[in-house]
Design a protein around this ligand. Sequence first.
Ligand code: C2E
Ligand code: CA
Ligand code: CA
Length: 511
Amino acid sequence: MPLTVRPRRKRSTRIVVTLLSGLLPIVLGSVILYLQAERTLQQSSQHTADEALRQFELMLDNTAQAAQELLPLAGQPCESVKLALREQVTRRPFVRSTNLVWDNNLYCSSLFGDYKEAVNPGDYTHGMLWLMNGNPVTPNTALLVYRLSEGHGGALTTLDGYHLSNVLRLIGRQTLLVLQVGNFWLSADGKVQQGALPALPVAQSRLDSSRYAFTVAAGFPAGETWRYMSNEYPPLFSLLIFFGAVSAAIGYIVQKRSTSPSHEMHRALEAGEFIPYFQPVVHGDTKKWSGAEVLMRWNHPKEGLVRPDLFIPFAEHSGLIVPMTRGLMQQTALVLGPLSSTFAAPFHIGINITASHCRDLQLVGDCREFLAAFAPESVSLVLELTERELIEPTEITRQLFAQLQAMGVKIAIDDFGTGHSSLSYLRTFNVDFLKIDQTFVAMIDKDALSRHILESIIELSAKLELGIVAEGVETQAQSDYLSARNVNFLQGYLFGKPMPAADFIDALSHH
Ligand code: C2E
Ligand code: CA
Ligand code: CA
């Protein structure tokens, strides 16, 4: 029966978890990069609006100064002031034309000299600025008119839209930048439009001038954040993809590990899937049942019944063998304890113990608990220690085996003949039985050397006054041979295979 510990998670779930763990850093990282890009664009639009505002104020300062110098001349005949008007145009770089007003009538202009045109102060935002789309001289050319008035007199100075749109173009560059005066606005293409500003859905900044009646608005078109990210962040995106791949790999490995044999065995231990099977041990002479060896089986939900040699090595490796053995002893006590009053002579119960169970004194407690489930003197607990895995004699083990002996617990050396236990080893651990390995029994009718070894073991145990158990007795010939040599106990398929508790109890009542 092969033990392939099948992953408990479905393949599709594993793929989804792997994908998610790969996507998580990419999505999180992208969100962070997106927020960072938004912040950068916001700062850039704020900075651009600031800069444009400063430039427009400087230009308007220039225009306003011309108006201030001309205002005292308002009311004087045009003929006598028109040179002064023209001088301002010449002297000031941003001033395109200058005009004088009396009683809301423009009467003198730097362009035409004497002139007549009504002035409507309502056209000017805060009575100060009017952004117009050209005048009769230059239609469709933006013009910003600055108005200064005092009493009957007034001065109008104009700023060429060309300068304004230049600023919008040069400072704005990638940013959409708009100059707004009242209900009119000017964009970098030099056109004045009326009504709502163009949409600036990304990183919009609006700044009002504190000195002149205008506003600057900056921002970006829709989708600018992604465009910015794809231009600026490719190296960071590569890094994110790398992290995603690493995270996916970790996710995959962690899932694999979580379905590792030791994890699977943890689960099985909690689910109570390790159960005892019982194989009878008979007296060498009468062939009556003298006891049983408890053999562990894994009742796996998918694999069915699993042989111990397929999972005991994992259990030892992961340190689970101790709780597993403890569980086995508790289950054995639970099923056999209630029958103990019917046992005529002490019933031998063999439990397989690994060396790792002998590193501390916990085993004493485990055995005490086990024996407490039986009527006094009704059972003889035999701990089977395999010869292949010798126990190191230390102060702790000496103490352990002394205490076990004091409790009446017996020690058997399992698989005897396959390892290297010495006489002193047998003495140190107060050994009571030797269990001859089944390979020697199997060779009884085939191989003279095995027979020879077998006979030496039998002789040795007699000299050391140790009980002897022969394992793997399958044929009548083997049984006869061993009985003839006074082997105390026999175990093997000839007398009974390992069986579940219910079958064992049932069979026990017939013996
Ligand atoms: P083991 O202690 O030498 O147990 C005897 C093994 O021989 C058992 O195999 C038993 O089923 C098998 N056997 C008994 N009679 C015959 C026979 O006539 N012919 C043949 N061919 N085999 C026979 P099983 O139950 O598969 O156990 C294998 C090994 O797993 C055990 O060898 C023991 O070393 C280990 N094991 C079993 N249960 C436990 C346990 O609870 N704890 C520990 N630490 N080891 C265990
Ligand atoms: Ca054994
Ligand atoms: Ca054995």
